[in-house]
Design a protein. Structure first.
Ligand code: CAA
Length: 385
């Protein structure tokens, strides 16, 4: 068992850390306050290979693995959780399924620009009546000649307002339930496809969360991703990978909260000494660091199992569950350590608390992650023990 990072992994972590500190962190407050999509940062990240970390170089990516992706995600999200989720969706919810299920033509046409950061992707599964119950998709794709004609409304789509390409799930055969759902690649500007309401959110305010409206939107048959009726499975397999990315985002938020808490505790004087000298504060810092390290180990393990081509569904659910709750725990404690200062927007910890919350909700709520873990535990397919 080797818990050490190799040279390549250290290299990408250090590169992402430097970029995060120098370019992203100084803008994070503005990104949040102005609900501003960090377009220039995303462009630079594309040039650095961060928008398709685990995609082979021949398809425009950095040619690395999921462990490297997770290391970079943590660093980027430590500086700005909005930038983190934009990166995560493009890498794991868009590039990953095109690489896995796309035809050679789809890879050339869509994956190359997405993985190299020239285009941005989004993943559209949820609807008003299909959230946790993702199989309840009502958006309809009717076959018509050499096309499918799509009608319906999708919700909660991260990157939706800026995305050039969307992987969208619709029912081609409603009588077949989850086996009647298919995945489509839809380009921005396709007639009949429009962005509807943009959500005004508690956190991750620099990323958009959009509604999509499909009105007789005609998609050529060659834009179906994977086989007809396999969309639900493609979505769940994709989310297994996506949840590792969200776990890494949560690690970054938790680390940012710990860093802020440590700094403040060492500077803030009360009763004639820094508050870091009081055991009450030290125990909070110790618990934060310990919980973060547990979450980090689970996340790295999930990523390395995925890289090794081994089953990782339970680890993906566990790491998302653990890391997201740890991020909220750390942000909460960091705010407590800051006292009244932490409750103001003069310090970053209130942003970390707001950003942390969504990691417990999107790409499957933590209730769904517990359901996934419990289902596998009941089948005797739990971790190592
Ligand atoms: N990998 C591959 N296949 C899987 C799978 C997995 N991880 N999990 C289940 N399946 C397969 C099953 O084998 C089964 O196949 P068959 O029908 O061929 O037998 C099929 O999928 C259905 O399985 P279940 O009956 O176990 O699944 P279910 O329909 O009862 O529900 C669920 C499972 C866990 C509740 C699932 O629907 C789920 O994860 N829901 C949450 C959805 C979600 O995460 N949404 C987030 C959307 S993205 C987002 O947040 C927005 C964004 O932009 C970031």
């Amino acid at each position: 068992m080797d818990f050490q990072l190799n040279e390549q992994q250290e290299m990408i972590r250090d590169m992402a850390r430097k970029f995060a500190d120098e370019r992203i962190a100084p803008m994070a407050d503005k990104t949040d306050k102005e609900h501003r999509f960090p377009a220039e940062i995303i462009e630079e990240m594309g040039e650095m290979g961060l928008m398709g970390v685990a995609v082979p170089e021949e398809y425009g990516g950095a040619g690395m693995g999921y462990v490297e992706y997770v290391l970079a995600m943590e660093e980027i999200s430590r500086a700005c959780a909005s930038t983190g989720v934009i990166m995560s969706v493009n890498n794991s919810l868009v590039c990953d399924p095109i690489l896995k299920f796309g035809t050679e033509e789809q890879k050339k046409k869509y994956l190359v620009p997405l993985a190299s950061g020239k285009k941005l992707g989004a993943f559209s599964l949820s609807e008003s009546g299909a959230g946790s119950d993702a199989a309840a998709v009502s958006c309809r794709a009717r076959e018509d000649g050499d096309s499918f004609v799509l009608n319906g409304t999708k919700l909660w789509c991260t990157n939706g307002n800026e995305a050039d390409v969307v992987i969208l799930f619709a029912s081609t055969d409603p009588d077949k339930g989850s086996h009647g759902i298919s995945a489509f690649l839809i380009e921005k500007g396709t007639p009949g496809f429009s962005v509807g309401k943009l959500e005004d959110k508690l956190g991750i305010r620099g990323s958009s969360t959009a509604e999509f409206v499909l009105e007789d939107c005609r998609i050529p048959k060659e834009n179906m991703l994977g086989e007809r009726g396999k969309g639900y499975k493609i979505a769940l397999i994709t989310l297994d990978g996506g949840r590792i990315g969200i776990a890494a985002q949560a690690l970054g938020i938790g680390k940012a909260a710990l860093d802020a808490a440590r700094k403040f505790a060492q500077e803030r004087q009360q009763f004639g000494k820094p508050i870091s000298s009081f055991q009450a504060i030290q125990w909070m810092l110790a618990n934060m660091a310990t919980e973060l390290e547990c979450a980090r180990l689970l996340t790295y393990e999930a990523a390395s199992l995925k890289d090794a081509g081994r089953p990782f569904t339970i680890y993906s659910a566990m790491c998302k569950l653990k890391a997201s709750e740890t991020a909220s725990f750390c942000a909460n404690k960091a705010l407590q350590i800051h006292g009244g200062y932490g409750y103001t927007t003069d310090y970053p910890v209130e942003r970390h608390l707001r950003d942390a919350k969504i990691t417990e909700i999107y790409e499957g709520t933590n209730e769904i992650q517990r359901l996934v873990v419990a289902t596998l535990v009941l089948k005797g397919l739990h971790g190592k023990g």
